[in-house]
Design a protein around this ligand. Structure first.
Ligand SMILES: C[S@@+](CC[C@H](N)C(=O)[O-])C[C@H]1O[C@@H](n2cnc3c(N)ncnc32)[C@H](O)[C@@H]1O
Length: 261
């Protein structure tokens, strides 16, 4: 069930599973997008205020704040992920993390930018939920504010087809083995990713076996345009995440930039 993803042990293994993900490069990329598209306020003394949807353990936001001076509110529905983010961000007063579902959040304020990174939008599986996601982005942006999200790009998912993948990683404490087995539900544009995770503590030999199913809805360009337009967001840029190349039928990871108009 979707409500049960990123549970305690899966979340605990998250930073190790993605230890090779280049968050620094991603943060530089996101900062460059905010620099390029955000409204400039020459008289503005405060750093840009950002909202991060599906912030996870805070990997992007802690760097964005410490290196580029943004003030950030991060939101994630996984208690375990938020606890990790809070533990790591304790000394950064310009970042705060809240545990809540994006669909239910209401900060009663608007932000200069809203970002949602590492396929968070793909966890919204139905048209109804996707409308809510984009409405929440719009509701929390100031006029002229910028929204940034990355997504599994539908044409590439259908061209390349998801495959079973195995990942093994370790640090001084844990040894992890994870198999991801996909099941394509093409009528709903969904890939069910069945994760089998085995965690072994290197010192105590303690073992944990975790199963989670992540249901990912891949998106197509025309429907993204519809969702954005439906809540007053204008598409201003898109391309391949990180390279900024044009999208092709083999671009798995696309990113979109929109503006509240
Ligand atoms: C792949 S992780 C990405 C985490 C983080 N953005 C990163 O790049 O490391 C996806 C995150 O989205 C969160 N998420 C998915 N659906 C959500 C929802 N409806 N409300 C809040 N968070 C959600 C999950 O709990 C998880 O932490």
């Amino acid at each position: 069930m979707i409500e049960e993803v990123f549970n305690h042990y899966y979340a605990k293994s998250y930073n190790l599973l993605y230890k090779d993900k280049d968050y620094q490069q991603e943060v530089d990329f996101i900062h460059a997008i905010y620099e390029r598209f955000s409204l400039k306020h020459p008289q503005q003394q405060r750093p840009l205020q950002l909202l991060s949807l599906g912030c996870g353990s805070g990997n992007h936001d802690l760097l964005l704040s410490s290196q580029y001076g943004y003030s950030i509110v991060g939101v994630d529905r996984s208690q375990a992920m938020i606890e990790m983010a809070k533990a790591r961000g304790g000394e950064q007063p310009s970042v705060e993390f809240h545990c809540c579902d994006i669909k239910a959040m209401d900060f009663k304020k608007s932000f200069d930018g809203v970002h949602s990174l590492f396929h968070v939008v793909n966890y919204f599986n139905t048209n109804e939920d996707l409308k809510k996601f984009f409405q929440k982005v719009a509701d929390h942006l100031s006029l002229g504010g910028i929204g940034i999200f990355d997504t599994w790009y539908g044409p590439a998912v259908l061209t390349e087809r998801p495959e079973t993948r195995v990942k093994k990683v370790s640090d001084s404490e844990w040894q992890l083995w994870r198999q991801a087995t996909p099941r394509l539900r093409h009528q709903e544009n969904i890939v069910e990713v069945h994760y089998d995770l085995l965690m072994k503590n290197q010192k105590t030999n303690e073992l944990h076996e975790i199963k989670e199913m992540h249901s990912m809805r891949y998106l197509f360009h025309p429907e993204i345009l519809e969702f954005l337009a439906g809540c007053g967001l204008e598409l201003i840029h898109y391309g391949e995440f990180l390279s900024d190349k044009q999208l092709t039928a083999n671009t798995w990871n696309a990113y979109y930039v929109c503006k509240k108009v």
